[in-house]
Structure formats: structure tokens, C-alpha cells
Design a protein around this ligand. Sequence first.
Ligand code: SAM
Length: 227
Amino acid sequence: MSHRRSSFQSNDLFPREIDIEVCLKTLKIYQKMEGDVNCVVWDASLVLAKYLETICHQRPDFLSGMKVLELGSGLGVVGLTAATLGAQVTLTDLPEALPLLRLNINENKSKISSMGGYAIAESLVWGDTSSEILKEEFNMILLADCVYYEEAIDPLIQTLQCLNDTVTKKPVIYLTQELRDSEIQKKLWNAFYEKVSENFYIEKIPEDQQHANYRSSDIVLLKLNKK
Ligand SMILES: C[S@@+](CC[C@H](N)C(=O)[O-])C[C@H]1O[C@@H](n2cnc3c(N)ncnc32)[C@H](O)[C@@H]1O
């Protein structure tokens, strides 16, 4: 897939509101009318964001002060939710996705800081092992709907490996993925799963532990720990 240049004008955009019930805050997320995959909110991101909220409902300090990295953030729903729940979050994506991602961070900045959280957006292209971000230590890595084209699978796994190799404390990874019906998407997911299971223990989070209204048999939620 080519890395397309992205730009936006304010009249291309429309807001979507996402409630974070556990802290009574509402995120405002700008999407584009038309554009690449990083311009809309994907269902897998809602499932992951709402799962974080579900855990915080049981353990209010679950994300407080945690250093969190999100890969392939898109519009930022997952990372911004984590930041509003008190985490220090670095949201990352391709360079062309950053303007809209940063707009969404700015839009929600005061809510995030009122909860003690923090959010910043940086470029991180999967497989770029020279990135300074890979030298930082994170407690948690989040990713939603990032397994969807073949060329990205090895670089994505390489980034997950690097993040786990440079730290003393291995970060836990939470990942959601929509399992699409097409043969090519099934093959891609199976290839990713097989490769990632070589180096990570994989735990499937059952639907009954997820948010009651934001879960789906089509969207898998996994917790990964480095072997
Ligand atoms: C299907 S979208 C999911 C976006 C967001 N996580 C969500 O669920 O709404 C996949 C995201 O991965 C990003 N992406 C694709 N290839 C990438 C790469 N090689 N390096 C970094 N990010 C990439 C895209 O720009 C996009 O934001």
C-alpha cells in the first residue's frame, strides 16, 4: 500500500462524539468525509477503547500514570480514551495521518489534562527500527485494526518485537482486529497470528469480559506478552 499524502480543510470534517462513561467525559473526534483508512473511526477501535473503560470501571487506577504507546492510531480514539483515563500516551501513525490526529488531540486536550493524562502524536512507520520512539520504555502498547495489508505484517511484528527488546519491563500489548470475510483478509490474519505467536504468549479476552455494548463476534481482542 502506498503512503498517500493527506491534507484536510475544515469543511471536509465532521465530528463524532464518544462518551467515556466511567469518567463522564465526551471525546470529540473529527473524521473526514472521504479519505484513506486513517480518516474514519473503525469499530475495532471502539471495542478496544471501551474495553479499557471497562477495566477502569473495576480498577479506577488501571491507567493512571501508565506510559502507553498506540500504533496505527488513525483518528486517535483508543489513545485519546487511554489519555482521558489518566495515561501518558504517545499516539503514532504514518506522517500523513498526523495533522488530523493532532487536531483531535488539541480538541480534547483540556479533558485529558483535567484527568491527569497526556497525549502527543508522533510519526512511527512500522519496521522503522531507527525511530527514537523504540528506545522509550512503555508499560502498554495498544493497536486496533492494524492487520489489513500483506506488506505491513512483518514490519508491524518487527516493531512489536523492538519495543519489547529495548526495555527491562516488557509492555503488555492489547490488540483488537476485525475479522473480515474475504479470503485474503482471513489469510492475512492467520499469517499475522501464526508469526506473532512465535514470540508472544497470546490470551484471547472473552466477550463477557468486554464492554456489554461494544463487543462483537467479528472483532477479536487479544492480550500479548513477550515470551
Ligand atoms: C484500519 S486503520 C485503523 C485506525 C485506528 N486504529 C482505528 O481503529 O480507528 C489502520 C491504521 O494503520 C496506519 N498504518 C498503516 N500502515 C502503517 C505503517 N506502515 N506504519 C504505521 N502506521 C500505519 C494507517 O494510517 C491507519 O491509521
